[in-house]
Ligand binder design. Structure first.
Ligand code: PLP
Length: 452
C-alpha cells in the first residue's frame, strides 16, 4: 500500500534507472534530510548512505561551508557565463586549481554540468581535433563492455551496458567496445591477472588492426569501472594497454567521474592505477554533488588544435548555458579546499584497509561469489553456486532482493546486475564502516534464506 506521497510520486515523476512497470506497485523510498553519512526518510528512519548517493556525495550531508559558499555566490553573482568573451572569478580560480591537480600536463578546463556532458564533450573534441589535424578518418572511439560513461547520445554509446543501448538505437556507429577486464569472470582457467592483462592488450591490438588504426582516435576508460559493477582492473592492465594505444597514436581519455577526488585515496584514480591519460573527465565529487558540475581537462596539443580550428573557421561552437556556472564553481572551490584543509584523502587512506578487510571477508558468505574492491569502493557478486560461479536466475533479481533487505536493515546500497555495490562518503568513520558491513552481512544472510 503506497503512502499518499509515494502515490503522487509514481503518478508524476518519470524515474531514471527504474523498472517503470513495477515501480508503481513497489513505491519509492522518499528521503527528507541527511547528516554526515546518514539520510532519513519521510518517516524519520535513518539509513547509512552506503552509496554516497550515486557515488558522488563525498563529504556527506550537512556541510554548512558548502551551503554558505553557494549562498554567498548567489548573493553576489548568481549567474554569469563564459560565452562570447565573458568570464567570472569562480570559474577562473577553479580552472587554475584543476590544472594544478590534474593527473597529466593540463592546459585548459572546459566546464559542463554532468559526467555525461563531459564525455559527450570528449567525443566532440576528439572528432573536431582530428579534423583540425588533417586526420578526418581517425574518428572511432573504443570503450569497454560494462563501462559506464553516461546517458546522453554519445556517452550512452560509450557506456557498454545493454540497457543503455537496447531500443534507444544506440550505440553510435563510431563507437566500439573492447573486452571487459574482469579477471574473476572472464579469465581462462589458471590464467594469472598479469597474463589476463597481456591477453586483453593483445586482443585490443588485434581489434584496432581489424578496424584500421587510421580510423581509431581514442580509448576511454574509468580507472575502476563503477556502475558496470565495480570492476578493478587486473594487475598490469593499463601498463599493458597503453603501449598498444601509443603504437597506434590513439589517445587515452580517463573518465574520473567516480574515481576522481579521493575515492582511491589520491586526487585521481589514474595515478593509483598507472594510467597516463591525455584528457580527463570529472564530475560528482568535484562539488561533493551539492550542485551539478562536470569538467573536461585538456592538454596543450588539443588546445593548440582548437585554436588552429578557430583561426580557420571562427567560433568554437560548443558550450552549455551552465558551463562554469558561478554557484557550482564556488561550491567546487570550497569542496576542493575542504579536501585539502581536512586532509580528507589521508583519512581515506587510513580507513581503506578496514573497509577492504570487511568487504573481502564477505567472500566467505554462501551466496557471494566474489568480493572485490579498491580504495573506498567495492562490490559483492551474488552467485547461486560458488564453485561453478553460476549466477542466480536473472528473473529472481537476487541482488535487488539483497539491496531491499539492506534497506530494511537501514543501509542504502545498489544492485548492478548480480552485484551489490558499496561506495560510502569519503568521510565515513571506522565505527560507521563496521556498522555498514554488519548491516550488509545481515541483509545477505536474509537473502540467502530467501534464495534457498
Ligand atoms: N562517467 C562515470 C564513470 C560515471 O559513473 C557516471 C555516472 O555515474 C557518468 C560518467 C555520467 O555522469 P552523469 O550521471 O553526471 O551524467
Amino acid at each position: 500500500m503506497l503512502t499518499n506521497l509515494q502515490a503522487r510520486d509514481v503518478a508524476t515523476v518519470l524515474h531514471p534507472y527504474s523498472n517503470l512497470a513495477t515501480l508503481p506497485e513497489q513505491g519509492t523510498l522518499i528521503l527528507e534530510r541527511g547528516q554526515g553519512v546518514f539520510v532519513h526518510d519521510v518517516d524519520g528512519k535513518p539509513y547509512i548512505e552506503g552509496m554516497a548517493g550515486l557515488w558522488c556525495n563525498s563529504l556527506g550531508h550537512g556541510r554548512e561551508e558548502l551551503v554558505e559558499a553557494a549562498a554567498e555566490q548567489m548573493r553576489r553573482l548568481p549567474f554569469a557565463h563564459l560565452f562570447t568573451g565573458k568570464s567570472h572569478d569562480p570559474a577562473i580560480a577553479l580552472a587554475e586549481k584543476l590544472k594544478e591537480i590534474a593527473p597529466m600536463e593540463a592546459a585548459k578546463v572546459f566546464f559542463c554540468s554532468s559526467g555525461s556532458e563531459a564525455n559527450d564533450t570528449q567525443m566532440k573534441l576528439v572528432w573536431y581535433v582530428n579534423n583540425a589535424l588533417g586526420r578526418p578518418r581517425k574518428k572511432k572511439i573504443i570503450s569497454r563492455i560494462k563501462a559506464y560513461h553516461g546517458v546522453t547520445i554519445a556517452s550512452a554509446s560509450l557506456t557498454g551496458l545493454p540497457n543503455n543501448h537496447i531500443d534507444f538505437d544506440l550505440p553510435l556507429s563510431s563507437v566500439r567496445h573492447a573486452a571487459c577486464p574482469h579477471h574473476w569472470r572472464f579469465a581462462h582457467e589458471g590464467e594469472s591477472e598479469a597474463e589476463f592483462s597481456a591477453r586483453l592488450a593483445a586482443e585490443l591490438d588485434a581489434q584496432i588492426e581489424a578496424e584500421g588504426p587510421e580510423t581509431v582516435a581514442a580509448f576511454i576508460a574509468e580507472p575502476v569501472m563503477g556502475a558496470g559493477g565495480v570492476i578493478v582492473p587486473p594487475e598490469g592492465y593499463f601498463a599493458a594497454i597503453q603501449p598498444v594505444l601509443e603504437k597506434h597514436e590513439i589517445m587515452l581519455i580517463a573518465d574520473e567521474v567516480i574515481c576522481g577526488f579521493g575515492r582511491l585515496g589520491e586526487w585521481f584514480g589514474s595515478s593509483v592505477l598507472g594510467m597516463t591519460p591525455d584528457t580527463v573527465s570529472v564530475a560528482k565529487a568535484l562539488t561533493s554533488s551539492y550542485v551539478p558540475l562536470g569538467a573536461v581537462i585538456i592538454p596543450d596539443w588539443i588546445d593548440d588544435a582548437l585554436k588552429a580550428q578557430s583561426a580557420k573557421i571562427g567560433v568554437f561552437g560548443h558550450g552549455f548555458t551552465y558551463s562554469g556556472h558561478p554557484v557550482a564553481a564556488a561550491v567546487a572551490l570550497k569542496t576542493l579546499e575542504i579536501y585539502e584543509r581536512e586532509d580528507v584523502f589521508s583519512h581515506v587512506r587510513a580507513i581503506i584497509p578496514q573497509f577492504q578487510r570487511r568487504l573481502k571477508a564477505l567472500a566467505d558468505h554462501p551466496i557471494v561469489g566474489e568480493a572485490r574492491g579498491i580504495g573506498l569502493v567495492g562490490a559483492v557478486e551474488l552467485v547461486a553456486d560458488k564453485r561453478t560461479k553460476r549466477s542466480f536466475d536473472a528473473r529472481r533479481a537476487a541482488a535487488a532482493k539483497a539491496v531491499a533487505l539492506a534497506q530494511d536493515e537501514g543501509l542504502i546500497v545498489r544492485a548492478i546486475g548480480e552485484a551489490v555495490s558499496i561506495c560510502p562518503p569519503l568521510v565515513i568513520s571506522e565505527a560507521e564502516i563496521d556498522e555498514l558491513f554488519d548491516r550488509l552481512a545481515r541483509a545477505l544472510d536474509r537473502a540467502e534464506e530467501w534464495a534457498t
